[in-house]
Design a binder for this molecule. Structure first.
Ligand code: AMP
Length: 299
């Protein structure tokens, strides 16, 4: 089944204690689309400025990502600058320059508006909702978000959630959203905003799903070295939704496997700067790591 991903297509400047990397290909939609491409055909809806390097377009093409929905506009590409502490769990955003995405409200036309699986990757909830409202008959809609939108567009986010099947957010955002310290209770209380499924990401500690069949707990794949976790959350949700799109059937039957495949795809993302490691992995490597993870949790 077909998959549409909308979100940011960005240039990321990433500092870690060991290295500085300016203007790498990044953005929620870029990470998610490359991750999803290991499982399913994927169409990308996004906008870049006239500073967007051609080699990054080639990288999308290498993953057979459909770029008919990728617009080029006059101005700067979305630029995000982040810095990690020695403990890679702690990240500071140094700068977010929205560039050409600031006023971008795309018309979604056929065949893009006929896609069955929709990932509203992290971006302004107004933009996510604008895209979703143009979809003809989506089968399953997943939305990712972050604290920035909770802080500056909470009302718009709540409006969006009424039309979303699955919300993905990290643990601190779930706590902030619900004003509830306990992550399990926070996940469960997010259903009242609309989503039937809520997935709370906990970084190196995995993820929790709350849905109609109750809870599911997924560990993260243990890595002995993390180079750059930027985009891990986007890779997680991209892999998850790509897996679902390639296993059309009952969502409840497939969602646990989808979460594990998303988890493993995200682990590859953490092993290189930007998309460097994700883009060199293969479906076979992902499958091997899924098998290794299943052995690690067997008891
Ligand atoms: P993650 O590490 O999963 O939180 O994702 C980081 C990616 O999200 C980077 O590639 C950024 O370009 C992108 N990003 C950062 N801030 C935002 C934002 N406010 N909206 C959408 N994407 C963002």
């Amino acid at each position: 089944m077909s998959l549409l991903i909308v979100g940011t297509t960005a240039l990321d400047s990433i500092k870690t204690p060991n290295k500085e990397n300016p203007r790498l290909l990044g953005g929620s939609a870029s990470h998610a689309a490359v991750a999803a491409s290991f499982f399913s055909p994927v169409s990308l809806l996004g906008v870049v400025g006239d500073d967007f390097p051609e080699e990054y377009v080639e990288l999308y093409k290498k993953h057979q990502i459909d770029l008919s929905g990728l617009e080029k506009a006059a101005g700067n590409t979305f630029h995000w600058e982040g810095e990690y502490e020695v403990n890679m769990n702690n990240r500071k955003t140094l700068e977010t320059d929205l560039g050409v995405i600031e006023d971008w409200m795309p018309n979604v036309t056929s065949p893009l508006n006929e896609k069955a699986y929709i990932l509203l990757a992290n971006c302004a909830p107004q933009l996510q909702h604008h895209v979703l409202k143009q979809m003809k008959q989506p089968k399953f809609v997943v939305a990712d978000t972050m604290d920035l939108w909770l802080n500056i567009a909470r009302h718009e986010l709540e409006q969006l959630l009424k039309d979303v099947d699955c919300l993905v957010l990290n643990d601190s955002e779930a706590r902030q959203f619900t004003e509830e310290d306990n992550v399990v209770i926070a996940a469960q209380s997010l259903h009242k905003y609309g989503p039937k499924y809520v997935i709370v990401k906990k970084g190196e500690h995995g993820a929790i799903l709350s849905g109609p069949s109750g809870l599911f707990i997924a560990p993260a794949f243990p890595l002995d070295s993390v180079v750059d976790p930027t985009g891990a959350g986007d890779s997680f949700v991209g892999g998850l939704v790509g897996y679902l799109a390639s296993h059309d059937g009952d969502i409840d039957d497939n969602l646990r496997q989808a979460i594990i495949h998303g988890t493993v795809t995200a682990s590859f993302c953490c092993q290189g700067f930007g998309l460097a490691s994700t883009t060199t992995t293969t479906r076979e490597c992902i499958n091997k790591r899924v098998e290794a993870l299943s052995q690690l949790v067997a008891f």
